[in-house]
Design a protein around this ligand. Structure first.
Ligand code: F3S
Length: 399
């Protein structure tokens, strides 16, 4: 693996022990994959920082990097964590758990990570066409590649941290032109344009059938929310890091000339896929969750309007909404969260049911997110129903 003089100096330890350790990791991974050199990145996004997921070993690793003087050298953000950043929590947490999670946040911020606490880092800094990133959140990776034409592989948590400290990653995979060309062609005949939950259902099917292959998606998908839902679900069911969506992706140059495979889909195929994803009916759900990937804070006003239109003074069963952690600092968000709470809509900045300690607290969740529907049964043993937020409000409005 070729290294520039500056990269060699980092590896030798000239910029400190944490940078040397980070560089060793990037070089090791790059060599194992057969990369020829490294590439400079402009934004690193670290995932795998929920204390519920990484536990004590993860906490020690991150604290160690900060104690050895690690400092970010590029724009750096981090993923949701295992607790809300407002007082109210979706589930009861122990004091020890909260302290450990806060220690992870303090260590990240001591290294210069921005208080982001979100899986939509593209809402903080919009990626540019062709720029190189090192992101670790699978849904954000797929959105960066698909919707913005930026270039990132799906980096493991430690590699994304290492990239933040060195400003480099290995030049491999989706950083290269030839790996970004669509290999399979998928056409969907359906009325209107897709958004949650149906865009996610299409994503689930794509990921399940084609996994990591870049697919050309010849379908009307609403941008950005439909594309986010599609990307998140495909990344969950099949580790899909990128699609080309007709008329949306900046790298859309039409269907592949000689695709490895072609798939024609109808609305009936999506309905069947949705039936396989869900294990419960919306009427059985104790709670509805929306915001996977995170919603921008503007969704809170939309929800308030939706309740007003439905004539719902409050809801019989609660809605949980996940928004970026940085939104918890905004007075307008706090005000809206307090108003919505009185109507049984609960706002959780900086977390989501997948990365918090949900197991045992809830049995059935309804959601418009197929990524959530994919992970809740696997991680927390929870049954899921698929529904739109409009349907859930209709079903639960108290007038
Ligand atoms: Fe984000 Fe949690 Fe979904 S981290 S993409 S809201 S599983």
């Amino acid at each position: 693996l070729y290294l520039t003089r500056q990269e060699e100096a980092m590896l030798r330890g000239d910029m400190g022990e944490a940078v040397a350790e980070a560089m060793r990791l990037i070089v090791r991974v790059g060599e194992a994959l057969g990369a020829e050199r490294l590439v400079e990145i402009s934004h690193a996004h670290a995932s795998g920082i929920s204390y519920d997921n990484i536990g004590e070993p993860g906490l020690e690793y991150i604290r160690g990097l900060a104690e050895r003087g690690g400092r970010v050298v590029v724009y750096a953000t981090y993923n949701p964590v295992g607790m809300s950043l407002l007082d109210e929590q979706p589930v009861k947490l122990t004091r020890d758990y909260v302290e450990k999670q806060l220690e992870i946040l303090r260590s990240l911020e001591a290294m210069g990570f921005r208080r982001s606490v979100t899986c939509i880092p593209y809402a903080m800094r919009r990626p540019r066409l062709g720029e190189h990133l090192a992101w670790g959140e699978s849904s954000a990776v797929a959105v960066a590649n698909t919707l913005y034409g930026a270039r990132t592989n799906r980096e493991g948590g430690p590699v994304a941290l290492a990239a933040a400290l060195t400003g480099r990653t290995y030049l491999w995979g989706l950083h290269l032109d030839e790996e970004r060309r669509p290999k399979v062609y998928v056409r969907l005949e359906a009325p209107g344009s897709l958004r949650e939950p149906w865009a996610g259902v299409l994503g689930h099917l794509l990921g399940r059938v084609y996994g990591g292959d870049v697919a050309y998606v010849d379908a009307a998908v609403e941008a950005p929310r439909g594309v986010q839902a599609l990307c998140a679900a495909a990344a969950a069911s099949g580790s899909t890091p990128m699609c080309i969506v007709r008329g949306v992706s900046p790298e859309d140059r039409g269907p592949p000339r000689e695709p490895l495979d072609r798939l024609g889909l109808s609305w009936g195929d999506l309905v069947r896929e949705a039936r396989d994803i869900a294990s419960a009916e919306p009427g059985e759900a104790e709670v509805f969750f929306t915001g996977c990937p995170h919603h921008g804070p503007e969704v809170l006003e939309e929800l308030e309007r939706l309740l007003d239109r439905a004539g719902a003074r409050r809801l019989r069963r609660p809605i949980w909404v996940a928004v970026p952690g940085y939104a918890a600092l905004e007075p307008r968000v706090r005000e809206l969260a307090a108003r919505l709470r009185a109507r049984n809509v609960h706002v959780f900045p900086g977390t989501c049911p997948v990365v918090t300690r949900l197991r045992g607290a809830v049995k059935v969740v309804a959601t418009d997110s197929v990524k959530t529907a994919f992970y809740l049964p696997r991680r927390h043993g929870v049954d899921v129903a698929l529904a739109s937020v409009e349907d859930f409000v209709r079903l639960n409005a108290e007038h």
